[in-house]
Design a protein around this ligand. Sequence first.
Ligand code: AMP
Ligand code: MG
Length: 391
Amino acid sequence: MIQLDKAFETVMHSAFITGSEEIQFTDSLNRILAEDINSDLDMPPFTKSMVDGFACRKEDINHELELIETIPAGSFPTKRIAADKCSKIMTGAPVPTGADYIFMVEDSRVLESGRIKCNTVAPGNNIAKKGEDVREGTVVLRAGKQIRPQDIAVMATVGKTSAAVKNKPRVAVISSGNELVEPDKKPGQAQIRNTNAYQLLAQIQRAGGSGVYYGIVPDDEEKSLSVISQAIGACDMVLITGGVSMGDFDFIPSVLEKAGVKILFSKVAVQPGKPLVFGTHPKALVFGLPGNPVSSFMQFELLVRPLISKMMGFQWQPIDVIFPLKERYTRRSSDRMALIPVVITDDGYVVPVEYHGSAHITALPAADGIIAIPVGKQSIEKGEQVSVRQI
Ligand code: AMP
Ligand code: MG
Protein backbone atom coordinates (compact mmCIF):
# COMPACT_ATOMS: atom_id res chain seq x y z
CA MET A 1 0.00 0.00 0.00
CA ILE A 2 1.42 3.41 -0.93
CA GLN A 3 0.58 6.91 0.26
CA LEU A 4 -1.53 9.19 -1.91
CA ASP A 5 1.28 11.69 -2.59
CA LYS A 6 3.51 8.89 -3.87
CA ALA A 7 0.67 7.53 -6.03
CA PHE A 8 0.07 11.03 -7.41
CA GLU A 9 3.74 11.45 -8.26
CA THR A 10 3.86 8.06 -10.01
CA VAL A 11 0.73 8.78 -12.04
CA MET A 12 1.79 12.28 -13.07
CA HIS A 13 5.27 11.07 -13.98
CA SER A 14 3.72 8.63 -16.49
CA ALA A 15 1.83 11.34 -18.40
CA PHE A 16 2.45 11.71 -22.11
CA ILE A 17 1.29 14.57 -24.30
CA THR A 18 -1.43 13.79 -26.80
CA GLY A 19 -0.81 16.41 -29.52
CA SER A 20 -2.97 19.23 -30.82
CA GLU A 21 -5.47 20.11 -33.52
CA GLU A 22 -6.76 23.24 -35.23
CA ILE A 23 -10.43 24.10 -34.56
CA GLN A 24 -12.83 27.00 -35.04
CA PHE A 25 -12.55 29.46 -32.16
CA THR A 26 -16.30 29.22 -31.61
CA ASP A 27 -15.82 25.53 -30.71
CA SER A 28 -12.90 26.11 -28.37
CA LEU A 29 -14.64 26.70 -25.01
CA ASN A 30 -12.96 24.72 -22.20
CA ARG A 31 -10.24 23.39 -24.53
CA ILE A 32 -6.55 23.94 -23.74
CA LEU A 33 -4.87 26.51 -25.96
CA ALA A 34 -1.83 25.04 -27.74
CA GLU A 35 -0.33 28.25 -29.20
CA ASP A 36 0.38 31.81 -28.14
CA ILE A 37 -2.02 34.25 -29.77
CA ASN A 38 -0.79 37.72 -30.81
CA SER A 39 -2.82 40.79 -31.55
CA ASP A 40 -2.90 41.68 -35.25
CA LEU A 41 -3.66 45.31 -34.44
CA ASP A 42 -3.30 48.06 -31.89
CA MET A 43 -6.11 48.23 -29.34
CA PRO A 44 -7.89 50.49 -29.48
CA PRO A 45 -7.14 50.56 -33.21
CA PHE A 46 -7.71 54.36 -33.32
CA THR A 47 -7.97 57.09 -30.70
CA LYS A 48 -11.62 56.99 -29.67
CA SER A 49 -14.22 58.49 -27.38
CA MET A 50 -15.15 56.53 -24.25
CA VAL A 51 -18.44 58.43 -23.78
CA ASP A 52 -21.31 60.06 -25.63
CA GLY A 53 -20.37 63.74 -25.48
CA PHE A 54 -18.69 66.72 -27.09
CA ALA A 55 -15.09 66.85 -28.28
CA CYS A 56 -13.26 70.18 -27.93
CA ARG A 57 -9.97 71.76 -26.87
CA LYS A 58 -9.46 71.56 -23.10
CA GLU A 59 -8.48 75.23 -23.04
CA ASP A 60 -11.94 76.20 -24.39
CA ILE A 61 -13.83 74.25 -21.77
CA ASN A 62 -15.46 77.25 -20.09
CA HIS A 63 -16.49 78.85 -23.39
CA GLU A 64 -19.72 78.63 -25.35
CA LEU A 65 -18.85 76.23 -28.17
CA GLU A 66 -20.08 76.10 -31.71
CA LEU A 67 -21.22 72.65 -32.83
CA ILE A 68 -19.64 71.80 -36.21
CA GLU A 69 -20.27 68.07 -36.75
CA THR A 70 -21.84 64.91 -35.33
CA ILE A 71 -19.61 61.81 -35.36
CA PRO A 72 -21.40 58.45 -35.00
CA ALA A 73 -19.45 55.27 -34.12
CA GLY A 74 -18.21 53.72 -37.34
CA SER A 75 -17.70 57.10 -39.11
CA PHE A 76 -14.50 59.08 -39.46
CA PRO A 77 -14.58 62.82 -38.53
CA THR A 78 -14.33 65.23 -41.43
CA LYS A 79 -13.72 68.45 -39.49
CA ARG A 80 -10.84 69.51 -37.28
CA ILE A 81 -11.56 71.17 -33.95
CA ALA A 82 -10.37 74.77 -33.81
CA ALA A 83 -10.82 77.41 -31.05
CA ASP A 84 -14.33 77.47 -29.51
CA LYS A 85 -15.62 74.68 -31.73
CA CYS A 86 -16.88 71.27 -30.76
CA SER A 87 -18.18 68.10 -32.41
CA LYS A 88 -20.84 65.86 -30.95
CA ILE A 89 -19.30 62.40 -30.62
CA MET A 90 -20.66 58.94 -29.78
CA THR A 91 -19.00 56.28 -27.65
CA GLY A 92 -16.45 54.38 -29.75
CA ALA A 93 -16.21 57.02 -32.50
CA PRO A 94 -12.78 58.35 -33.61
CA VAL A 95 -11.73 61.60 -31.92
CA PRO A 96 -11.41 64.50 -34.38
CA THR A 97 -7.99 66.12 -34.77
CA GLY A 98 -7.51 69.21 -32.66
CA ALA A 99 -9.64 67.85 -29.78
CA ASP A 100 -7.97 66.81 -26.52
CA TYR A 101 -11.02 66.68 -24.26
CA ILE A 102 -14.52 65.20 -24.35
CA PHE A 103 -17.23 66.19 -21.92
CA MET A 104 -20.25 63.99 -21.41
CA VAL A 105 -23.74 64.76 -22.71
CA GLU A 106 -24.89 64.51 -19.09
CA ASP A 107 -22.49 67.33 -18.11
CA SER A 108 -23.61 69.72 -20.85
CA ARG A 109 -26.45 71.92 -21.96
CA VAL A 110 -27.58 73.47 -25.25
CA LEU A 111 -27.88 77.24 -25.00
CA GLU A 112 -30.64 79.28 -26.69
CA SER A 113 -28.07 80.38 -29.24
CA GLY A 114 -27.60 76.70 -30.17
CA ARG A 115 -24.09 76.73 -28.71
CA ILE A 116 -22.93 74.03 -26.31
CA LYS A 117 -21.81 74.70 -22.73
CA CYS A 118 -19.98 72.30 -20.44
CA ASN A 119 -21.49 72.38 -16.91
CA THR A 120 -19.00 70.28 -14.97
CA VAL A 121 -15.36 69.76 -15.80
CA ALA A 122 -14.77 66.15 -14.81
CA PRO A 123 -11.29 64.71 -14.27
CA GLY A 124 -9.81 62.69 -17.15
CA ASN A 125 -10.38 63.46 -20.82
CA ASN A 126 -12.65 60.50 -21.79
CA ILE A 127 -10.32 59.66 -24.65
CA ALA A 128 -8.83 56.18 -25.18
CA LYS A 129 -5.56 56.45 -27.09
CA LYS A 130 -4.70 54.18 -30.03
CA GLY A 131 -2.71 51.19 -28.76
CA GLU A 132 -3.05 52.05 -25.06
CA ASP A 133 -4.48 48.59 -24.19
CA VAL A 134 -2.41 46.42 -26.52
CA ARG A 135 0.27 47.02 -29.15
CA GLU A 136 0.10 45.14 -32.46
CA GLY A 137 2.17 41.94 -32.28
CA THR A 138 2.04 41.45 -28.50
CA VAL A 139 0.83 38.18 -26.97
CA VAL A 140 -2.76 38.43 -25.74
CA LEU A 141 -3.35 34.73 -24.84
CA ARG A 142 -0.71 32.25 -23.75
CA ALA A 143 -0.51 28.56 -24.67
CA GLY A 144 -1.53 26.18 -21.87
CA LYS A 145 -4.57 28.08 -20.60
CA GLN A 146 -8.06 26.67 -20.49
CA ILE A 147 -10.25 28.69 -22.83
CA ARG A 148 -13.05 30.65 -21.18
CA PRO A 149 -15.66 32.96 -22.71
CA GLN A 150 -13.45 35.99 -22.09
CA ASP A 151 -10.63 34.32 -24.06
CA ILE A 152 -13.01 33.74 -26.95
CA ALA A 153 -13.79 37.46 -26.76
CA VAL A 154 -10.10 38.23 -27.21
CA MET A 155 -9.81 35.80 -30.13
CA ALA A 156 -12.72 37.55 -31.82
CA THR A 157 -11.12 40.95 -31.21
CA VAL A 158 -7.79 39.99 -32.77
CA GLY A 159 -9.39 38.08 -35.66
CA LYS A 160 -8.14 34.67 -34.55
CA THR A 161 -10.99 32.60 -35.98
CA SER A 162 -9.25 29.24 -35.73
CA ALA A 163 -6.79 28.16 -33.07
CA ALA A 164 -4.57 25.23 -32.14
CA VAL A 165 -5.87 23.41 -29.05
CA LYS A 166 -4.63 20.28 -27.30
CA ASN A 167 -6.29 17.03 -28.32
CA LYS A 168 -8.72 15.62 -25.81
CA PRO A 169 -7.15 12.46 -24.40
CA ARG A 170 -9.25 9.45 -25.41
CA VAL A 171 -10.26 7.67 -22.22
CA ALA A 172 -11.83 4.19 -22.36
CA VAL A 173 -14.38 3.19 -19.72
CA ILE A 174 -15.03 -0.49 -18.94
CA SER A 175 -17.31 -1.79 -16.17
CA SER A 176 -16.58 -5.24 -14.85
CA GLY A 177 -18.93 -7.42 -12.84
CA ASN A 178 -21.45 -10.23 -13.42
CA GLU A 179 -23.96 -8.38 -11.27
CA LEU A 180 -24.21 -5.31 -13.50
CA VAL A 181 -27.06 -4.30 -15.79
CA GLU A 182 -27.36 -1.05 -17.74
CA PRO A 183 -29.47 1.81 -16.31
CA ASP A 184 -32.40 1.23 -18.69
CA LYS A 185 -32.92 -2.28 -17.22
CA LYS A 186 -34.64 -3.22 -13.98
CA PRO A 187 -32.06 -5.24 -12.01
CA GLY A 188 -33.03 -8.85 -11.35
CA GLN A 189 -32.21 -10.78 -8.17
CA ALA A 190 -28.63 -10.10 -7.04
CA GLN A 191 -28.13 -7.54 -9.79
CA ILE A 192 -27.40 -3.79 -9.58
CA ARG A 193 -27.33 -1.06 -12.15
CA ASN A 194 -24.05 0.10 -13.67
CA THR A 195 -23.42 3.40 -11.88
CA ASN A 196 -19.72 3.84 -12.44
CA ALA A 197 -19.49 3.96 -16.21
CA TYR A 198 -21.84 6.92 -16.46
CA GLN A 199 -20.28 8.75 -13.54
CA LEU A 200 -16.84 8.26 -15.09
CA LEU A 201 -17.93 9.33 -18.57
CA ALA A 202 -19.27 12.56 -17.05
CA GLN A 203 -16.11 13.06 -14.97
CA ILE A 204 -13.99 12.54 -18.09
CA GLN A 205 -16.04 15.10 -19.96
CA ARG A 206 -15.72 17.60 -17.11
CA ALA A 207 -11.96 17.04 -17.05
CA GLY A 208 -11.71 17.83 -20.76
CA GLY A 209 -11.17 14.27 -22.00
CA SER A 210 -13.12 12.29 -24.55
CA GLY A 211 -14.80 9.23 -23.05
CA VAL A 212 -15.18 6.02 -25.06
CA TYR A 213 -17.52 3.46 -23.54
CA TYR A 214 -16.72 -0.24 -23.94
CA GLY A 215 -19.68 -1.62 -21.98
CA ILE A 216 -19.92 -4.20 -19.20
CA VAL A 217 -17.56 -7.17 -19.14
CA PRO A 218 -18.43 -10.23 -17.03
CA ASP A 219 -16.06 -11.61 -14.39
CA ASP A 220 -14.35 -13.76 -16.99
CA GLU A 221 -10.63 -13.54 -17.65
CA GLU A 222 -10.73 -14.18 -21.37
CA LYS A 223 -13.58 -11.80 -22.10
CA SER A 224 -12.05 -9.07 -19.93
CA LEU A 225 -8.67 -9.50 -21.61
CA SER A 226 -10.14 -9.14 -25.05
CA VAL A 227 -12.03 -5.90 -24.27
CA ILE A 228 -9.17 -4.40 -22.25
CA SER A 229 -6.65 -5.14 -25.01
CA GLN A 230 -8.92 -3.56 -27.58
CA ALA A 231 -9.32 -0.43 -25.42
CA ILE A 232 -5.57 -0.15 -24.80
CA GLY A 233 -4.97 -0.28 -28.54
CA ALA A 234 -7.48 2.45 -29.31
CA CYS A 235 -7.24 4.93 -26.40
CA ASP A 236 -4.70 7.01 -24.45
CA MET A 237 -6.05 5.91 -21.09
CA VAL A 238 -8.20 3.00 -19.91
CA LEU A 239 -10.40 3.02 -16.80
CA ILE A 240 -11.80 -0.29 -15.59
CA THR A 241 -14.02 -0.37 -12.50
CA GLY A 242 -14.61 -3.35 -10.26
CA GLY A 243 -12.70 -6.58 -9.97
CA VAL A 244 -9.66 -5.04 -8.27
CA SER A 245 -10.18 -6.04 -4.63
CA MET A 246 -9.71 -9.33 -2.77
CA GLY A 247 -12.74 -11.33 -3.96
CA ASP A 248 -12.52 -14.74 -5.65
CA PHE A 249 -13.47 -13.15 -8.98
CA ASP A 250 -11.32 -10.03 -8.77
CA PHE A 251 -8.80 -10.85 -11.46
CA ILE A 252 -8.48 -7.52 -13.23
CA PRO A 253 -4.85 -7.08 -12.01
CA SER A 254 -3.78 -10.42 -13.53
CA VAL A 255 -5.71 -9.67 -16.73
CA LEU A 256 -3.90 -6.35 -16.97
CA GLU A 257 -0.56 -8.10 -16.70
CA LYS A 258 -1.59 -10.51 -19.45
CA ALA A 259 -2.51 -7.49 -21.58
CA GLY A 260 1.07 -6.24 -21.23
CA VAL A 261 0.42 -3.61 -18.56
CA LYS A 262 3.28 -2.92 -16.15
CA ILE A 263 1.61 -2.45 -12.77
CA LEU A 264 3.17 0.37 -10.72
CA PHE A 265 0.93 0.17 -7.65
CA SER A 266 -2.22 -1.64 -6.60
CA LYS A 267 -3.26 -0.17 -3.24
CA VAL A 268 -3.39 3.43 -2.03
CA ALA A 269 -3.78 4.53 1.59
CA VAL A 270 -7.03 6.39 0.97
CA GLN A 271 -10.47 5.74 2.39
CA PRO A 272 -12.65 5.15 0.45
CA GLY A 273 -10.77 3.72 -2.48
CA LYS A 274 -7.92 1.56 -1.22
CA PRO A 275 -7.89 -0.99 -4.06
CA LEU A 276 -6.56 1.05 -6.94
CA VAL A 277 -4.41 -0.38 -9.67
CA PHE A 278 -2.30 1.83 -11.90
CA GLY A 279 -0.09 0.62 -14.69
CA THR A 280 1.53 1.65 -17.93
CA HIS A 281 1.49 0.13 -21.38
CA PRO A 282 3.35 1.51 -24.41
CA LYS A 283 -0.03 2.48 -25.89
CA ALA A 284 -2.02 3.65 -22.86
CA LEU A 285 -2.10 4.37 -19.13
CA VAL A 286 -4.43 2.06 -17.22
CA PHE A 287 -6.38 2.43 -13.99
CA GLY A 288 -8.24 -0.36 -12.24
CA LEU A 289 -10.65 1.68 -10.13
CA PRO A 290 -12.61 0.38 -7.12
CA GLY A 291 -16.07 -1.02 -7.82
CA ASN A 292 -17.88 1.04 -5.24
CA PRO A 293 -19.12 4.23 -6.90
CA VAL A 294 -18.02 6.70 -4.19
CA SER A 295 -14.51 5.21 -4.21
CA SER A 296 -14.36 5.32 -7.98
CA PHE A 297 -15.51 8.95 -7.91
CA MET A 298 -12.89 9.98 -5.36
CA GLN A 299 -10.00 8.22 -7.08
CA PHE A 300 -10.91 9.82 -10.36
CA GLU A 301 -10.88 13.30 -8.78
CA LEU A 302 -7.61 12.65 -6.92
CA LEU A 303 -5.58 10.98 -9.64
CA VAL A 304 -7.28 10.65 -13.03
CA ARG A 305 -8.44 14.24 -13.41
CA PRO A 306 -5.00 15.78 -12.84
CA LEU A 307 -3.52 13.22 -15.22
CA ILE A 308 -5.98 14.04 -18.02
CA SER A 309 -5.15 17.73 -17.51
CA LYS A 310 -1.42 17.12 -17.60
CA MET A 311 -1.73 15.14 -20.83
CA MET A 312 -3.22 18.29 -22.33
CA GLY A 313 -0.37 20.42 -21.01
CA PHE A 314 -2.65 22.01 -18.46
CA GLN A 315 -2.01 22.27 -14.76
CA TRP A 316 -5.44 21.81 -13.25
CA GLN A 317 -5.87 23.09 -9.69
CA PRO A 318 -8.88 22.15 -7.61
CA ILE A 319 -10.78 25.08 -6.15
CA ASP A 320 -10.46 24.74 -2.37
CA VAL A 321 -12.31 26.94 0.10
CA ILE A 322 -11.57 27.12 3.81
CA PHE A 323 -14.23 27.10 6.54
CA PRO A 324 -14.38 25.96 10.19
CA LEU A 325 -15.80 22.55 11.10
CA LYS A 326 -19.11 22.85 12.94
CA GLU A 327 -18.74 19.86 15.29
CA ARG A 328 -15.80 17.66 16.34
CA TYR A 329 -15.25 14.76 13.94
CA THR A 330 -13.53 11.53 14.95
CA ARG A 331 -12.73 8.28 13.22
CA ARG A 332 -11.72 4.84 14.46
CA SER A 333 -8.46 4.24 12.64
CA SER A 334 -6.07 6.69 11.07
CA ASP A 335 -3.87 4.50 8.87
CA ARG A 336 -5.33 5.92 5.65
CA MET A 337 -6.20 9.39 4.43
CA ALA A 338 -9.96 9.77 4.82
CA LEU A 339 -12.08 11.67 2.33
CA ILE A 340 -15.39 12.89 3.69
CA PRO A 341 -18.26 14.42 1.72
CA VAL A 342 -19.40 17.66 3.36
CA VAL A 343 -21.73 20.60 2.96
CA ILE A 344 -20.95 24.23 3.63
CA THR A 345 -23.81 25.69 5.65
CA ASP A 346 -25.35 29.11 5.01
CA ASP A 347 -23.70 30.39 8.19
CA GLY A 348 -20.24 29.33 6.97
CA TYR A 349 -19.52 25.98 8.65
CA VAL A 350 -18.44 22.63 7.31
CA VAL A 351 -20.72 19.69 8.19
CA PRO A 352 -20.28 16.09 6.97
CA VAL A 353 -23.26 14.76 5.01
CA GLU A 354 -24.97 11.57 6.12
CA TYR A 355 -22.75 8.96 4.55
CA HIS A 356 -22.80 5.18 5.08
CA GLY A 357 -19.72 4.21 3.10
CA SER A 358 -18.35 3.82 -0.36
CA ALA A 359 -21.48 2.26 -1.90
CA HIS A 360 -23.64 5.19 -0.75
CA ILE A 361 -23.69 7.10 -4.02
CA THR A 362 -26.86 9.04 -3.21
CA ALA A 363 -24.87 10.85 -0.46
CA LEU A 364 -22.69 12.63 -3.02
CA PRO A 365 -25.23 14.86 -4.78
CA ALA A 366 -25.94 16.55 -1.43
CA ALA A 367 -22.26 17.32 -0.84
CA ASP A 368 -20.65 20.63 -1.80
CA GLY A 369 -17.20 19.15 -1.56
CA ILE A 370 -14.85 16.78 0.22
CA ILE A 371 -12.43 17.26 3.08
CA ALA A 372 -9.36 15.13 3.70
CA ILE A 373 -8.09 13.91 7.06
CA PRO A 374 -4.42 13.00 6.74
CA VAL A 375 -2.86 9.69 7.80
CA GLY A 376 -2.19 9.66 11.55
CA LYS A 377 -4.87 12.21 12.39
CA GLN A 378 -7.82 10.74 14.25
CA SER A 379 -10.06 13.72 14.76
CA ILE A 380 -10.77 17.26 13.68
CA GLU A 381 -11.78 19.63 16.45
CA LYS A 382 -14.88 21.81 16.46
CA GLY A 383 -13.98 25.16 14.90
CA GLU A 384 -10.82 23.85 13.20
CA GLN A 385 -10.33 25.37 9.73
CA VAL A 386 -10.67 22.74 7.02
CA SER A 387 -10.06 22.94 3.30
CA VAL A 388 -13.03 21.86 1.19
CA ARG A 389 -12.32 20.67 -2.32
CA GLN A 390 -15.32 21.49 -4.43
CA ILE A 391 -16.78 18.63 -6.42
P1 AMP B 1 -15.60 -5.27 -6.80
O1 AMP B 1 -14.42 -4.35 -6.73
O2 AMP B 1 -15.82 -5.83 -8.16
O3 AMP B 1 -15.56 -6.29 -5.72
O4 AMP B 1 -16.85 -4.36 -6.47
C1 AMP B 1 -17.05 -3.73 -5.23
C2 AMP B 1 -18.49 -3.32 -5.09
O5 AMP B 1 -18.79 -2.34 -6.07
C3 AMP B 1 -19.48 -4.43 -5.27
O6 AMP B 1 -20.54 -4.26 -4.36
C4 AMP B 1 -19.96 -4.22 -6.68
O7 AMP B 1 -21.25 -4.75 -6.91
C5 AMP B 1 -19.94 -2.73 -6.81
N1 AMP B 1 -19.75 -2.31 -8.20
C6 AMP B 1 -18.83 -2.80 -9.05
N2 AMP B 1 -18.93 -2.21 -10.25
C7 AMP B 1 -19.96 -1.34 -10.16
C8 AMP B 1 -20.56 -0.44 -11.08
N3 AMP B 1 -20.12 -0.33 -12.33
N4 AMP B 1 -21.60 0.30 -10.66
C9 AMP B 1 -22.05 0.21 -9.38
N5 AMP B 1 -21.51 -0.62 -8.47
C10 AMP B 1 -20.48 -1.39 -8.85
MG1 MG C 1 -16.81 -7.29 -9.02
